[in-house]
Design a protein around this ligand. Structure first.
Ligand SMILES: [Fe+2]
Length: 360
């Protein structure tokens, strides 16, 4: 996208702005405001117009000074701007000068708006830049406090941090078209997906909820009240993670599925999303069955030979088993037609897996 910028003050070239930063620029905003999705600029005086890419969230469209607001992505530089917010660096001389010292009162404006207005009135220039890395800002507006591990719910508001915490670093390599993904049984693929932290917190959230089904055919959580192949499980809507889980499917699982099942365009829809608990003293195995899915993911959440013994998936048609499943790794296999399978017996401890029946 090539956008021409709004005109707020007379034009000035980026180069001259850079120079003015050295001699009189006062305020810089933290670098990654430009390089992440959390902030936008009300930018002006940019010529030639910078190349601008990416869409923005609706609230970011608002800007009191411009009709057009876009993100400065894909270009490095320094921009003179009429308004900054959040975190900023202020040159010492500005702070020491009583005339230019930040004043956060200006009519009825909010604090940052007021400060920026006062700076403009004083002729103090404000800038944003992505020439230096200062870290990045967290969007605190959508942070819940009611969950056991609230960070798990941050994938939309603070996606970068969320991915660093919860998406396995190996995931991105698995997604690479040049990476040959493991296939321990015919058409059963095996991917690194989540970090150990995600798995531990996921289990903790489920156990904290504690609303495990009893493993019987009668299941009031389902529309028909009947589960043909029941497990002891907790559905995502029980822990208020249904929409979040579907978001994960769309953003991280769908691309993997479309990589290995070439030509299949997944909707990443799923009605059945649940954590299963296998124990010798509860349900310890699952009889042979087909899943009600086009494809299924089955993610190991805890450690074989440490947290439990036994367990795994056996694909009967191929007489092939996947055992010693890896924490955070997902099996992915076709569902209702070719991959008749069973859950192998857990003989000690507790085994947790996360299962989704995708595109049912
Ligand atoms: Fe299954």
């Amino acid at each position: 996208m090539h956008e021409s910028m709004c005109m707020y003050t007379p034009q000035a070239k980026v180069q001259s702005q850079v120079q003015s930063v050295h001699c009189s620029a006062i305020i810089s905003i933290i670098t990654t405001i430009i390089t992440t999705s959390t902030f936008l600029l009300c930018s002006y005086a940019c010529e030639p117009e910078p190349k601008l890419e990416r869409e923005v969230r609706p609230w970011e469209q608002w800007c009191p000074y411009t009709e057009r607001v876009t993100a400065l992505i894909g270009v490095a530089g320094v921009w003179n701007v009429p308004y900054i917010t959040g975190v900023y660096l202020i040159q010492g001389t500005v702070l020491r000068n009583a005339e230019t010292r930040p004043n956060f009162i200006h009519r009825l404006l909010d604090a940052d708006m007021a400060m920026a207005a006062n700076m403009r009135d004083k002729g103090v220039f404000m800038y944003v830049t992505n020439l230096e890395e200062y870290g990045h800002l967290v969007d605190p507006d959508f942070f819940p406090t009611k969950y056991l591990h609230n960070d798990m719910w941050q994938m939309k508001a603070n996606r970068r941090d969320w991915e660093q915490r919860y998406i396995s670093p190996e995931y991105w390599q698995a997604l690479n078209p040049n990476t040959l993904n493991e296939m321990p049984c015919p058409d059963v693929y095996w991917f690194p997906l989540f970090t150990t932290r995600f798995c531990e917190e996921f289990i903790a959230v489920a156990e904290d909820n504690g609303g495990w089904s009893d493993g019987s055919n009668n299941d009031p959580r389902l529309a028909g009240g009947y589960e043909n192949v029941p497990t002891v499980d907790i559905h995502m809507n029980q822990i208020e993670y249904e929409q979040e889980w579907l978001w994960i499917l769309r953003h991280y699982v769908k691309p993997l599925a479309e990589k290995v099942f070439v030509g299949y365009d997944s909707d990443a829809r799923a009605i059945m999303n649940f954590i299963v608990r296998y124990r010798p003293t509860e349900q310890s195995f699952l009889r042979p069955h087909h899943d009600s899915s086009t494809y299924t993911i089955n993610i190991g959440l805890n450690r074989p030979h440490i947290d439990y013994e036994g367990g795994g998936a056996h694909f009967i048609r191929y007489n092939c088993s996947v055992v010693d499943t890896r924490v955070g790794w997902s099996l992915m296999h076709p569902g209702r037609l070719t991959h008749y399978h069973e859950g192998l017996q857990t003989t000690r401890g507790t085994r947790y897996i996360m299962v989704s029946f995708i595109d049912p």
